[in-house]
Design a protein around this ligand. Structure first.
Ligand code: SAM
Ligand code: TMP
Length: 395
């Protein structure tokens, strides 16, 4: 494994905490490397999964309108294309608050969500979704197969790259997937992260950073074919991978096209990763320069959005309340808590206009369009947005 970026001592990125909990906070070294043999990019230090996923997990997938629309469209697509036989069955790994499966449940299609974080699993159940509150692995999958029979679709979004025991996941897919079933997963794309300098996508939950090249190698290693790969616009740029049992389906032309494209772009080359490491250092330097200037000019700045990404940026750059006094976020479960590590207080969006600051540091930059449209009054009042990916800009 060749290390190429070290983002320092970091907490768990969704470990939003109360002021009285700060002395018990967990930290680890957040560094990423690439495997010279299979090209898989991954964290060098792993955080135990029960520290990341538990009964107070704070990421709620239904928090944004674009996510709700995306996953409802996915559900409709699965029902129109894959769930067309007699009594079809779909399993979602990491169904969270039921953002996708609620549409499937409403249509009366047989389904099961596998979701270890009990609080979000409960939110899914309240939407009529059937949920098994466990970690997906070989044992869970074998038990599901015994009880429900084979799955036509096994789906995961922003979840498969979170699971360090990936070998056991694939053994589970092998146990559960029907002979002509598909394993579909949508995950942040290494190309988007590396070429877009999106270093804030790197945090404890993102154990793997998939590319078409590394996913194909992984699929083959575990006895599956990569039969499709499609760019999708979620989280700033992801890829939806479709895997099938060996020889069961003809791969789409897109697979070879995207593999060739990654080769042309040198996506697995050491120099690409080394350049990324240098770019990340430059962003830290430039962002601190902007924030320090705002402070010395006596102007005000507030953070906007407290995604897991905001933990990586604030902790790597050393941004504390002296530079950004608080962050606004629409997730009720984050409000009243502190951003992990940097301890910026999280307040409801109403705090943003009370009064408007001079600048807003947009941590949730992947929702820029939705947020900037919603907060047009901030712009009208003379406010400016600070973005830091792919480079620091004030708009
Ligand atoms: N699928 C939703 C989406 O795309 O917005 C939620 C993604 S969330 C970032 C990752 C989810 O995966 C969490 O709800 C977490 O509890 C769940 N998860 C983590 N490890 C898992 C595992 N081994 N099996 C099933 N779910 C898991
Ligand atoms: P995500 O990028 O992981 O979806 O997280 C986005 C975060 O930004 C999440 O905590 C919710 C927050 N957010 C707002 O506060 N206001 C908004 O309008 C949107 C879209 C997101």
């Amino acid at each position: 494994m060749q290390e190429f970026v070290d983002l320092g001592r970091q907490p768990t990125a969704n470990g939003f905490l109360l002021p009285e909990e700060v002395d018990r906070e967990f930290f680890f070294r957040l560094a990423v490397g690439v495997c010279e043999l299979c090209t898989m990019v991954q964290l060098l230090e792993e955080v135990p999964q029960d520290l990341r996923y538990h009964g107070s997990y704070r990421y709620h997938a239904s928090g944004s309108a674009s996510h709700r629309e995306h996953f409802a469209a996915n559900a409709r697509r699965f029902m129109a294309t894959e769930l067309t036989g007699a009594d079809p069955f779909i399993v979602e790994i990491g169904c969270n608050d039921g953002v996708m499966l609620s549409t499937i449940a409403a249509a009366g299609v047989r389904h099961l969500g596998v979701e270890p974080s009990a609080n979000v699993a409960e939110l899914a159940r309240a939407k009529g979704v059937t949920v098994l509150s466990e970690f997906f692995d070989q044992a869970t999958a074998t038990a599901i197969r015994a009880e429900h029979g084979p799955a036509d679709v096994i789906f995961g979004a922003n979840t498969i790259c979170h699971i360090a025991h990936i070998g056991s996941v694939f053994q589970g897919i092998d146990a559960l997937l029907g002979p002509n079933g598909v394993f579909i997963f949508e995950e942040p794309y290494l190309g988007t992260i590396v070429e877009g300098n999106a270093f804030d996508q790197i945090y404890d939950e993102h154990v793997f950073y998939f590319s078409v090249t590394s996913v194909q190698a992984m699929a083959e290693h575990f006895g599956f074919d990569l039969v499709n790969a499609e760019h999708i616009a979620m989280h700033g740029g992801e890829i939806r991978y479709t895997l099938a049992r060996k020889g069961a389906r003809k791969p789409a032309a897109a697979v070879n096209e995207l593999l060739a494209d990654e080769l042309t772009r040198n996506l697995s080359e050491p120099e690409t990763f080394a350049q990324f490491g240098r770019n990340v250092e430059r962003i830290r330097h430039d962002l601190l320069a902007v924030l320090n200037k705002i402070k010395s000019d006596g102007k005000t700045v507030v953070g906007y959005g407290a995604p897991g990404k905001s933990s990586t940026v604030t902790n790597y750059c050393g941004i504390g309340t002296d530079l950004v006094p608080f962050v606004c976020d629409s997730t009720p479960a984050k409000q009243g808590h502190l951003v992990p590590g940097s301890h910026l207080p999280v307040r409801p969006p109403t705090a943003f206009a009370d009064p408007y600051p001079d600048y807003a540091l947009l941590f949730a930059w992947n929702h820029a369009e939705e947020i900037m449209a919603k907060e047009q009054a901030f712009r009208d009042a003379g406010g400016e947005w600070i973005l830091f990916v792919p480079e620091v800009r004030v708009l």
